[in-house]
Design a protein around this ligand. Sequence first.
Ligand code: FPP
Length: 240
Amino acid sequence: MHDALKPPHHIAVIMDGNGRWARARGLPRGLGHRAGAQAVRRIVEACCDVGVRVLTLYAFSWENRDRPAAEIRELMGLLEEFIRRETPTLLANQVRLRTIGRMEELSADVVASLRRVEAQTAQGARMTLALALGYGGRQEIVDAARRLAERARQGLLRPEQIDEAMFAQQLYAPDLPDPDLLIRTSGEQRLSNFLLWQSSYTELYVTPKLWPDFTKEDLLDAIAEYERRERRFGRVTAQA
Ligand code: FPP
């Protein structure tokens, strides 16, 4: 049914609902995150299969830092486990791992593991998997503004030279294209501080499915819906 789909170049995902998934089963939240990590594996593989070139996952938000310490430890443990287990698969499938966010918010061990896998997979040309960690869209914009202000202070730049293109160059991964499609699971219709600059013209797709239940078929449904929409970037089309 989805055979002829032309996938979006870049899909971004707000993976929401791990806690609700666990609660519905009378399980601790940690097991919801563990099931969420399985879904990450599934969706990375599915995106690779259908030819998505960039997948950005909101794995640990700036706001998530306010969660109880035990839950943060669990999330970081799952992240380390994911890196350890999946690195061979990423290498075998030519997937490049990247990170975006204020990485200094993570423990030095986790950052070191991530940097190692980023270096190991740097040649991966089939797909880029960008993990947003310690990430906030407003914080990213503030960081970009600080860098430009610093260059202006040093006399390397005049404020009137700053335009959208120059600003975008200061974001965490300036070489990645803006997302074409942003998927949010578990029903909430919010951006929650994710890719605020980059999502200006992104198609939004919200599904009631909880993240641990999200399957390849759900991904294909989202892509099919994206294909049905007409993307005009605020312009009037020839037919209008
Ligand atoms: C939201 O569920 C999800 C997160 C806090 C981040 C996503 C984390 C994972 C999928 C686990 C591991 C990640 C990797 C990359 C291996 P929630 O707790 O906010 O759910 P709720 O809103 O139902 O409480």
